[in-house]
Write a protein that binds this ligand. Structure first.
Ligand SMILES: *[C@@H]1O[C@H](CO)[C@@H](O)[C@H](O)[C@H]1NC(C)=O
Ligand SMILES: *[C@@H]1O[C@H](CO)[C@@H](O)[C@H](O)[C@H]1NC(C)=O
Ligand SMILES: *[C@@H]1O[C@H](CO)[C@@H](O)[C@H](O)[C@H]1NC(C)=O
Length: 670
């Protein structure tokens, strides 16, 4: 339940965040991060109004107070936004009116230049390259306009700028090629799915009628799996059957003993949604950036930064389930005949494991990738294309990297479904773990050494890489990184999402499963061991304290962490967390945990756990749809935040529920 602590600590500490003294007099000397004209008025008042979203970068001027304030405040770049980067939403009609009074000379003075050398902005410009003509037409006007406004507000600084895109009344919220191939394939697919669901359900109903068995209750028919493969395929999309399947009890001893994993999955998912909803809020516009910035200086800020450890939970669970499956398969096959297996047999098993996993993951994933690229009528807004269409375009361009599960290495600046990096990293870990397990099986006499060496390598590797590549010791989702949607952030692409940095935790899950298996084979009663019980319960406070170990590193403003210690911490932070989690899971599987275990085994988590994968792949889309329509910077406070989080949580779990019933999503990790 330490997972919940983060959330609680956050709520308690949010109002109490007062320790870093931000000089607010100075803060308001800076130009605001966001300046949006009224979008709807602009497009509706003037028949042919044009509204441009413009990115600007303040230029240095050492004598201006605004520039000094920007430097002073942006220097805390782990905690604060980069206040040089401004967003403008400009109504061109208004701009022209404002500049009309100026003579040519004064107007020329306002031209500060084109923003061409900002790599992050260029990624957007590249994606929105259909806006090239608007850019050529309006770059000068918008630059003069925004500099005029900066001057009017007496900031004494000027900014270079570039138009990201422009909307007119005719194009706002609409896309010209609304019925292109991509959209049509989506509609066809949805139609086919509905058709299949109807057919399947009717066949199922027919089978039930035909049975005429008075002894069987109505639902027993739906609960018994069909005998032949053909009927099973025919009934895949049967709505009633899938409904019962969603709520099905786990079967077998292992399924019952590991039931609590569903609860873990759900809570980890909740925290992921929590963090990602905040991220999408950062990506849109905030009227009080000083509050989240100030918050990051507190202990709650450290918790938020360390919160990235949550993903380790998924890696551990994933490694655990793979190994349990593998052990079950080897046991089942070992009964046939003794002796060593041929290479061909291993190869066949390897292919089989990967293909089944691929199909299970990719069917729902592919559906969401397809959905992400669909153009539809929308409410628009100055930020809509910046937040939502960016992903539509990226998905249309890079969908194949997602489906090949290489998106954590390829096309990392134009990511389709950003959270998909996890699936890629998990897939790569899956394949390698399977190879290691096979080696351990083939050379069973050396299995301990093999596992030891692999674990050793991947425990040390992150430290070496961090040292050599000079990474920062923890993954830092800073406000500016999140606002830039992690584009061009090596800490994210190389340190956080890459396979080599995560495999250690995955392998902790593998080892946990082996330990669990050995314990149950020997019928060892871990529960009766007092010392283990004690250790298990102390893991909970240790886990909470562990999150705070990043505090000295993260909150130490001026001194660099010594590189060697940083490298050590980088590997220890995640791998020990994974290791501890492994022990925690093994303990709970051995029925340690008293009331915590009872809670984790509640039947509600069975359903939620099954929907977790679906929620995972869809939650960012859901968050974006809502947040991309903002017209004005929103106030970032506890209430607003939880309102959004609650909506994203409900919608992301509701969506896969439909998918499940229609037979799109399948049990993923078990
Ligand atoms: C805050 O900033 C203002 C303007 O830069 C400065 O005059 C004032 O002395 C600062 N206050 C503190 C407490 O540093
Ligand atoms: C720089 O700042 C000074 C004084 O604050 C101001 O007079 C000058 O116009 C500024 N320069 C630019 C290019 O804005
Ligand atoms: C924009 O301004 C630049 C420099 O002031 C000038 O060279 C260019 O011709 C202008 N472009 C347009 C379309 O007016």
């Amino acid at each position: 339940m330490w997972l919940l602590n983060i959330a609680i600590a956050y709520c308690v500490l949010l109002p109490a965040a007062r320790c870093f003294e931000m000089n607010m007099t100075q803060y308001y000397e800076m130009p605001q991060l966001y300046d949006f004209d009224d979008y709807d008025r602009c497009l509706q008042e003037y028949g042919a109004g044009t509204y441009c979203f413009v990115r600007a970068e303040v230029q240095p001027n050492s004598t201006a107070a605004a520039w000094r304030a920007i430097q002073e405040i942006s220097k805390y770049d782990r905690h604060h936004f980069d206040h040089r980067q401004l967003y403008f939403g400009l109504c061109l009609h208004k701009c022209e009116a404002q500049l009309a009074e100026l003579d040519a000379n004064a107007r020329q003075k306002l031209q500060t230049g084109l923003l061409t050398d900002n790599a992050k902005v260029n990624v957007y410009l590249q994606l929105f390259n259909m806006e090239a003509s608007n850019r050529a037409r309006y770059n000068n006007l918008t630059n003069a306009c925004l500099n005029w406004r900066l001057q009017q507000r007496q900031y004494e600084v000027q900014a270079r700028s570039v138009v990201e895109y422009c909307d007119t009344a005719a194009t706002a919220g609409k896309v010209s090629d609304e019925d292109d191939l991509w959209n049509v394939s989506f509609y066809v697919l949805v139609f086919v799915l509905i058709l299949l669901a109807c057919l399947s359900s009717l066949i199922d109903l027919h089978l039930k009628r035909r049975r005429h068995d008075k002894m069987l209750k109505e639902r027993d028919h739906y609960k018994t799996p069909p005998r032949s493969l053909v009927t099973r395929l025919l009934l895949t999309c049967s709505i009633a059957r899938n409904w019962y399947r969603l709520n099905q009890e786990p079967n077998g001893k292992i399924g019952r003993e590991l039931r609590f994993l569903d609860c873990f999955k759900f809570f980890a998912m909740f925290l992921v949604i929590f963090a990602h909803t905040n991220w999408v809020i950062y990506e849109s516009a905030i009227s009080n950036p000083q509050d989240p910035e100030r918050l990051l200086h507190t202990a709650a800020g450290t918790l938020l930064i360390s919160g990235s450890l949550i993903t380790v939970t998924f890696f551990v669970i994933s490694g655990l389930l793979l190994t349990i499956n593998w052990l079950a398969v080897t046991r089942a096959l070992a009964d046939d005949k003794l002796g060593t297996w041929s290479f061909g047999k291993y190869a066949a098993l390897f292919v089989k494991f990967n293909v089944f996993r691929y199909i299970r993951l990719t069917v729902p994933y592919g559906f969401v990738v397809l959905l992400s690229g669909v153009y539809f009528e929308n409410a628009g807004g100055p930020l809509w294309r910046h937040i939502y269409q960016r992903e539509q375009l990226a998905c249309r361009k890079n969908w194949w990297t997602n489906l090949l599960f290489i998106n954590n290495y390829v096309g990392t600046d134009e990511r389709c479904l950003l959270q998909g990096w996890y699936l890629a990293s998990d897939t790569q870990s899956f394949a390698l773990s399977l190879v290691v397990l096979m080696l351990g099986h083939r050379f069973s006499r050396w299995s301990k050494q093999i596992y030891g060496i692999v674990l050793g390598i991947f425990m040390v590797l992150p430290a070496v890489l961090t040292y050599v590549m000079d990474y920062y010791p923890v993954f830092l989702p800073t406000p500016q990184t999140q606002k830039d949607s992690f584009i061009g952030n090596t800490q994210f692409t190389e340190f956080y999402t890459s396979f080599q940095m995560n495999f250690g935790s995955y392998f902790c899950g593998v080892l946990a499963a082996i330990a669990y298996d050995q314990l149950s084979v020997r019928q060892y009663k871990l529960r009766e061991l007092r010392s283990f019980q004690f250790m298990w319960f102390t893991l909970i406070p240790i886990g909470v304290l562990w999150l705070f170990t990043a505090h000295p590193i993260y909150q130490h403003y001026y001194a660099e962490t010594p590189r060697l210690w940083g490298a050590l911490y980088a590997t220890v932070q995640r791998n020990l967390w994974g290791f501890g989690l492994g022990i925690f899971v093994v303990g709970m599987a051995a029925k340690v945990g008293w009331i915590i275990r009872k809670f984790a085994c509640l039947p509600i988590f069975r359903i939620l756990g099954r929907l977790t994968y679906g929620a995972f792949i869809v939650h960012l889309l859901v968050a974006r749809v809502a947040l991309a329509t903002v017209r004005e910077p929103i106030y970032f406070g506890t209430g607003t935040m939880f309102a959004y989080i609650f909506y994203v949580l409900c919608a992301s779990f509701g969506f896969p529920c439909f998918g499940y019933i229609f037979g799109v999503t399948r049990l993923v990790m078990s």
